[in-house]
Design a binder for this molecule. Structure first.
Ligand code: HPA
Length: 267
């Protein structure tokens, strides 16, 4: 991007406020693949704004990743921005494009960010396909970082302890885990999955970590939730495919929607 990425996010936020007819928003949620069907439960739709109407956004490249921002009013009167789809690093648009939605939400006044994703499970001993897992920390193996220069951001608590405790009040059965991100778009090899287990990872995917870093730079409080859609490569003997990821999302939409709705109303 030639124009400064933060300036562009400010322009997108102004366009978003005007398209939504609202001055500020309480929370933003990024719906990963598999999570889009859960969005309907969060509240009543006020407006839907295609990404392509806002400066700096691209239509998502992946089937099942949506491509718009839904402005929602929850039952308790809060306003949420729901990103139906995200840009991934593997699309080759650069790291600023990946975090543009987060920077736009921050510039539009959001203080709390909920990042969801679909992930491979690295602990089939304890994880079931279809389980949501709270992200307690991450390992960034994308080789990228949204911040350039001498801005040394503390990442001791990227994923808010307070927000994790709040989600566990809603559903005490939820486990926590460390999310590892690769650039993708290939799924991992079985040798990489064995390496990630040794490194202390619990879930693996291709998103979230760069957005979480950009959110911490902007001072947002971050909640991350993975939906385990498959055991990591080589752990089950089955090949992986994107359709299975979307199918698990459809099958669990009701549970994830209720969970998110309750969490948003308690923020
Ligand atoms: N690996 C990486 N990303 C994923 C996976 C996986 O196994 N499942 C869903 N997203």
């Amino acid at each position: 991007m030639t124009k400064d990425a933060y300036t562009l996010a400010g322009e997108a936020a102004a366009a978003l406020r005007s398209a939504a007819g609202l001055d500020t928003f309480d929370v933003a949620l990024v719906m990963g693949s598999g999570w889009v069907p859960a969005a309907d439960a969060i509240g009543e739709t006020v407006r839907e704004i295609p990404f392509t109407d806002l400066p700096g956004f691209r239509a998502p490249a992946v089937a099942g990743h949506g491509g718009k921002i839904r402005v929602v009013r929850t039952s308790s009167g809060r306003h949420a921005l729901i990103f139906l789809g995200r840009t991934h690093l593997y699309e080759g648009l650069g790291v600023d494009a990946v975090v543009h939605g987060v920077r736009t939400a921050a510039a539009a006044g959001v203080r709390t960010l909920v990042l969801t994703n679909a992930a491979g499970g690295l602990r089939p001993e304890t994880q079931n396909v279809g389980d949501p897992v709270l992200i307690s920390d991450h390992i960034n193996l994308t080789g990228a970082n949204p911040i350039t220069g001498t801005t040394f951001i503390d990442l001791t608590e990227v994923y808010s302890r307070r927000l994790r405790a709040l989600v566990r009040e809603v559903d005490p059965s939820l486990a926590e885990g460390v999310y590892v991100a690769f650039r993708g778009p290939t799924y991992e090899t079985p040798a990489e999955i064995r390496m990630l287990r040794t490194l202390g990872g619990d879930m693996v995917g291709m998103s979230t970590v760069l957005e979480a870093i950009a959110a911490r730079e902007a001072g947002l409080e971050v909640l991350g939730i993975s939906l385990v859609t498959n055991p990591g490569a080589g752990l089950s003997g089955e090949p992986l495919n994107h359709e299975e990821v979307l199918e698990v999302g459809r099958a669990t939409a009701a549970r994830m929607g209720v969970l998110l709705a309750k969490v948003v109303d308690r923020l």
